[in-house]
Structures are given as C-alpha cells and as structure tokens.
Design a protein around this ligand. Structure first.
Ligand code: MTE
Length: 324
C-alpha cells in the first residue's frame, strides 16, 4: 500500500502547525479584548476556557522519578495547547472540538497474547489499582515541553492482571476513531485509528502511566479522556489518548506515525538531544507558559527527558541513532 507521503500528503512541520507566535498573538488579542470588555460582544473567540471536571485525586507515588520538582504548567495551558489530530491539527482545535466527545460508558478491550483477555469497563479500570499523582515532564517532538500533574497508576498493574503469554513481545494501543464525534477522522493527516506501541518491557516500566486525570480532576477530553498513556521519557506522540484497545502481540506494531513518516518518527522515539529530527534539532526545548513566549530562553533537552537513571537500562547496548 502506498504511504501517505506517496499519496501526496506532506506532513506538517512544527512551524506549519500553529506557530506559537500566532497562538501567542491570539492570546494577546484576547487579553486586549478582555480589557476592553469587547469579548462578550464577540462571543468569546480564540482560546476557550476549559471547564473543570469531576474530582479525581491521586495518592502519593512511591515510583522513582514520579515527582519532578519543576513547576507544573498551568491548567489553562495544559488544556488549551494540545495535539489530538482526531480533532484537528491546530493546537487550539482539540479544546474547541473535543468538548462533545462521549467518554461514558467507555470500555477498554485487552486482547491478543494474554491468558486473561477481558473487556474492562472504565469504572472497573479506575478501581483496578490505587490512583497516584505523578508530576512528569512531557517533551513533544516539535520542540516544546510542559510539566503535568497526572493521576493514574502504572500500566504494569493492568498488564500483571491479564498475564501476557511468552510470545507477547509488544503492546499495541488502539485509540477511538469515531468520525461522528471526531471531525478529522477520515482526513488524510494520519491513518486512523491512531495506533501506538511499546516493547513489553517498556510497557512494564513503573513510570509508564495509565492516566485518567490531571490536576486532581478527570482528564479534559482534549487531553485524552477518559484514559490515555503517559510515557515521560518518550516524545509526546507515543502517549496515545482515548484508548479503546490494548493488544499484546509478537511483532512490532505498525504505529500511526511510523506509517505516516517512518523516516522522521521512529518506533522508539525516546527523547534524545543527540539525535536530531531530519528537519530540526532536538537539542533544546521551549517550556509552554513561560514568560517571553517564543522569545523565552530555550532549555537544554535532557537524555530520556531527564529519566535516564530510571529507564536507561531498557536500551543498554542499543544503537540509539539506528533505533530512534
Ligand atoms: N493520541 C491520539 N489519539 N491522537 C493524537 O493526535 N497526539 C500525540 C499524543 N497522543 C495524539 C495522541 C501527541 S503528538 C502529543 S504531543 C500528546 O498526545 C499531547 O498530549 P497533551 O495534549 O495532553 O499534551
């Protein structure tokens, strides 16, 4: 089958996808309108305020690396600046378009090479293990980062209960693709559903989080409600949102981004400042929400996004230029 590129699709570069200046400009415009009292008359264009959701507190985590000491990004920035291509490619599209996504009832099917396949109801999943708060850095492949206080538990808790078989070498995450609710499903941006994958040992790492909330509340839809993965040592796109299926398989899954542009986005996609994206450097990053916007000083990106002492061993002996 021809790739998306062969079919004439040119993948957007970070600068094609809402330049921050445009976004910042919109915010400035909005502030100006607010100050001038014009907002009401215009019907609140631009950045929509995300309503707060039901409380979902998490307890203290004992997982090494779970609590970065860095200041969390604001709730407003975390919920207004998103990638969720099912709802559009502009950073503000998910907040604008995901509001009506129906997240209950919701089930997650565990399939493939496991002794105990099962379709979990969301409420059952929520009770499967104690919910913890984890404050993780998130580094997007596009060169921006955030610090997010998630609520969830290690995916390993679920994996242990379904008992993977000897031939389960990889885990595949399949996410919702419902064109009725998601305006970009059916577009040529990616192949749908959005699929991601991990090696089983990566998926079993205690930092690999199955997340249900952030800031002590259920996940806002644009952040992947009602359940998503969070892999703090990998680029953000590995962390699949709105998961409906988790499959245990023998072969490396064909993931959405590898299918769309495998020469740019590898299966591993570990945060690595020494391996550039073919079109841009990965050495530095811009922290969303910091004063100065586009002109704020960029930070050095850390190996494995700063989680090297926890996850480095998973990749011992691997050529990370080859397995990017
Ligand atoms: N999951 C789905 N289903 N669809 C997507 O487009 N985008 C990914 C990832 N998970 C994406 C997804 C990308 S590129 C990033 S950076 C993170 O979600 C963003 O998560 P956040 O919006 O909560 O910061």
């Amino acid at each position: 089958m021809p790739s998306l590129k062969d079919r004439g699709f040119i993948h957007p570069t970070p600068s094609d996808i809402t330049p921050r200046a445009v976004y910042e400009g919109r915010r400035e415009l909005l502030k100006g309108l607010l100050a001038g009292g014009a907002l009401m008359a215009l019907g609140a264009p631009g950045r929509a305020q995300t309503p707060h959701g039901a409380k979902l507190p998490g307890g203290k985590s004992a997982v090494d690396g779970a609590m970065t000491m860095e200041k969390p990004t604001s709730f407003d920035d975390i919920t207004a600046y998103n990638n969720f291509y099912e709802f559009g490619t502009d950073k503000s599209d998910p907040a604008r378009n995901a509001g009506k996504l129906v997240t209950r009832p919701w089930t997650v099917a565990i399939e493939g090479a496991v002794k105990k396949p099962k379709v979990y109801d969301l409420d059952e999943l929520l009770k499967l293990a104690p919910l913890e708060e984890r404050i993780y850095r998130l580094r997007c492949v596009e060169g921006w980062s955030m610090v997010i206080p998630w609520v969830g538990y290690s995916l390993a808790e679920l994996i242990k209960r379904v008992e993977p078989m000897g031939n389960a070498k990889y885990v595949e995450f399949v996410t919702l693709a419902d064109a009725k609710q998601m305006p970009y499903v059916g577009s040529r941006v990616l192949e749908w559903p959005y699929v991601e994958g991990l090696r089983l040992d990566e998926a079993m790492h205690p930092l690999a989080l199955l997340a249900f909330g952030l800031y002590g509340e259920v996940l806002p839809n644009q952040n992947g409600a009602p359940v998503r993965m969070v892999l703090p040592w990998k680029y953000g796109f590995k962390s699949a949102k709105s998961i409906v299926k988790i499959r245990f398989v023998e072969k490396q899954p064909a993931t959405a981004w590898v299918k769309a542009a495998g020469y740019e986005y590898g299966f591993y996609s570990n945060v690595n400042p020494n391996v550039d994206h073919p079109r841009w450097s990965q050495a530095t990053e811009r922290r969303i929400g910091e004063p100065g916007g586009l002109f704020a000083k960029r930070r050095q990106t850390l190996m494995f996004n700063g989680y090297e002492s926890q996850v480095g061993q998973l990749y011992a002996g691997m050529d990370l230029k080859k397995f990017f």
